[in-house]
Design a protein around this ligand. Structure first.
Ligand SMILES: CC(C)(COP(=O)(O)OP(=O)(O)OC[C@H]1O[C@@H](n2cnc3c(N)ncnc32)[C@H](O)[C@@H]1OP(=O)(O)O)[C@@H](O)C(=O)NCCC(=O)NCCS
Length: 251
């Protein structure tokens, strides 16, 4: 057992987390630190083929910290899990040095894991290279490679390889920065984008309809033929919920 692996993680937490006041606080109050420490012991047992004992230790860590790290996972130096609760790291995951995960992150198997026995012993989980940050609630699934110095935004779902020096956002994950340069300006929320485009088409149709009615000297429209405002008589000052949604999605 390399004890420096444990002290290095504690030192990294103290260095990176402004909320951490002392080493004693890190040792006593950081469930991510407890989970990683227990994993280091479980991983040694796993290497000695004490599989069940290793799994029991890992499940004990899960019970007390809410973090599940399979003892078969390979994890590098100065690894930090902030807050911890809800993190899952699968059996064949490989994590390099200086990686940082927030709460709720899953490093999981892809759909092929459903094949059970056929995939036992095969690499099914992701590889994170060095200096990777994964935001809260993000999922990285399958045997994919996430390169050096990659940031995965909170809530993203990553299913494909990610090159070095990138920032990935959204569902499914897309690279928006590469080597410090913006490479994708699309809306990170595809549902909001679809609603926005539909709304633009409805606005165009309504404008065209108004022109046709004005040319035909039609003052009043029959129900279901005019704008929703004309039909329902809604107060025009009232906020359009679609606009409110799209503004919220873009913040
Ligand atoms: C992803 C992350 C690592 C990138 O950090 P960074 O390199 O400093 O870059 P920024 O934070 O400026 O984000 C880069 C871009 O990604 C966007 N972005 C960040 N998080 C995003 C998300 N979850 N969904 C969509 N876009 C996101 C930002 O708006 C920004 O876009 P812009 O350049 O058009 O303004 C950072 O946003 C992060 O750490 N996120 C996780 C935070 C977290 O989980 N906190 C929980 C604390 S309890």
């Amino acid at each position: 057992m390399d004890w420096s692996l444990i002290s290095e993680t504690a030192e990294t937490i103290l260095e990176k987390d402004p909320a951490a006041r002392s080493m004693l606080e890190v040792y006593l109050c950081y469930p991510g630190f407890h989970a990683i420490t227990i994993y280091r012991f479980a991983h040694v047992l796993y290497g000695q083929e004490q599989y069940t004992l290793a799994r029991c230790l890992s499940q004990f860590a899960r019970m007390v910290t809410g973090v599940e790290i399979h003892p078969g996972a390979t994890i590098g130096r100065r690894f930090v899990i902030d807050h911890g609760m809800g993190v899952v790291i699968g059996e064949t995951t490989t994590i390099g040095d200086d990686c940082f995960l927030y709460q709720g992150v899953t490093l999981g198997a892809g759909a092929e894991a459903r094949e059970g026995e056929a995939t036992r012993g095969k690499k099914r989980h992701p590889t994170l290279c060095n200096d990777v940050i994964v935001g809260s609630g993000a999922e990285i699934q399958g045997d994919i490679k996430v390169g050096n110095n990659v940031r995965v935004a909170s809530g993203s779902i990553v299913l494909k390889d990610v090159p070095d020096n990138s920032i990935v956002v959204g569902v499914p994950g897309r690279i928006i920065y590469k080597d410090g340069k913006r490479v994708d300006n699309k809306n990170p929320d595809p549902e909001a984008e679809a609603i926005k485009r539909l709304k633009e088409r409805i606005d165009t149709l309504e404008a065209n309809l108004a022109k046709v009615m004005s040319a035909a000297h039609v003052d009043k429209v029959a129900p279901n033929q005019g704008s929703s405002e004309e039909i329902t008589g809604e107060d025009s000052d009232e906020s359009d919920p679609v606009d409110v949604f799209l503004q919220g999605a873009g913040i």
